[in-house]
Ligand binder design. Sequence first.
Ligand SMILES: Nc1ncnc2c1ncn2[C@@H]1O[C@H](COP(=O)(O)OP(=O)(O)OP(=O)(O)O)[C@@H](O)[C@H]1O
Ligand SMILES: [Mg+2]
Length: 421
Amino acid sequence: MRQKRVVLLVPTTTYRLDDFLQAATRLDIEVILASNRCRVLAAAWPNHFGLSLPFSAQREAVAKAVAMLRDKTIDAVVAADDYTTILAAQLSAKLHLHGNRPESVAKTRNKLSLRRVLAGGGLLSPKFFVIHIDSPPEPYLSRVDFPVVLKPLLLSGSRGVIRANTPDEFVAAFHRIATLLRHREFFQMRSAAAKCILVESYIPGSEVALEGLLTNGKLRVLALFDKPDPLVGPFFEETIYVTPSRLLPETQREIHAAVSQACKILGLQHGPIHAEARLNEQGVFILEVAARTIGGLCSRTLKFGAGISLEELVLRHAVGENVDDMLRLTGAAGVMMLPIPRSGRLHAVHGIEAARAVPYIQDLQITIPLANLVIALPEGASYLGFMFARAETPAQVEKALREAHRKLHFDIQPALLVQEQ
Ligand SMILES: Nc1ncnc2c1ncn2[C@@H]1O[C@H](COP(=O)(O)OP(=O)(O)OP(=O)(O)O)[C@@H](O)[C@H]1O
Ligand SMILES: [Mg+2]
């Protein structure tokens, strides 16, 4: 039988590469890495033929990929991260492969489009409007029912997401996000949406994340994660995710139904999805639906069938295998994304061994090298690392993660941050 071949679209900032490559190796699938800076990746992973694509010029990137792949049979195109989902859908469509329509994926990548589509489709939605970063925010105050959340339209990982409870906080949050969006990092984002701020009414309640797999429009829940830390702002850093969820079965069914409905309204059909939702007495509010797997190293909490990884499951599904009977292994698992407590230079991390020694802790990875600058939310875009636990019950997992986190001490020293224009 011919070896299957998958194009994996990875931004150079990805956390996801190693897990996808390992999965591909185990499955004997050939991976063609497509990245926005392949010289670096090519040096690091010389066994993989790399495509260097200009991710910020999508049409050009697709044309270049199609031209370079014309002599090869491709079985699937997989996006490793948010940033590459639209490109993956476009390339998939051009190569006549099974995937999502690019227009559907594009709606998931713009928080205003997502809100409009979901609210228009009858799902519960906060009230919302947008402001351009060059407009003064004060005239909008008359429209605001506090509390609200302000956020950029195109960023992810809670970057630039700020709650405001008062007019002063609103104006301050607006300027803080506007400053972030004027940073040169975002110059290449030429769309008008990159210069807009979404204002949404604050949705009270608890939060969950759903990892799912769509097959011809039908959603299978691979895992539902509770987020046991209160996410009440002013910034919304992710910390602990635990699965299986401790919510009542009927609440879990409501979440499944709402996410299924969201996928349907968006027109998402095939492949992995990651959704986040808030729940309160009104019902399920969808915060996000993305056509990709869970971010960071968090997928390492999940094992299926005889112990296969989420990436293996997704790659098998992508090349057309039936994975319906590969269920998540029983038992509870969780991850803590280690938040950056303040910005500065990461000088030392103490207590790693003590944290690893806490019962049920399986692994701890510090993902930022010592001496690097770390930037806290809302401006930052990364975590200090990831810590994993596995136990019989979700409560044991949560307790272990908290206890292990208390053993860690991050020595972050003030750094002279050069103001970039
Ligand atoms: N309207 C809201 N009400 C309450 N909390 C919110 C609201 N919008 C966002 N949040 C909080 O902020 C977090 C991040 O917001 P959101 O998911 O919209 O942005 P993101 O994570 O940066 O982008 P994406 O999820 O598209 O990658 C949410 O997980 C939630 O905790
Ligand atoms: Mg989110």
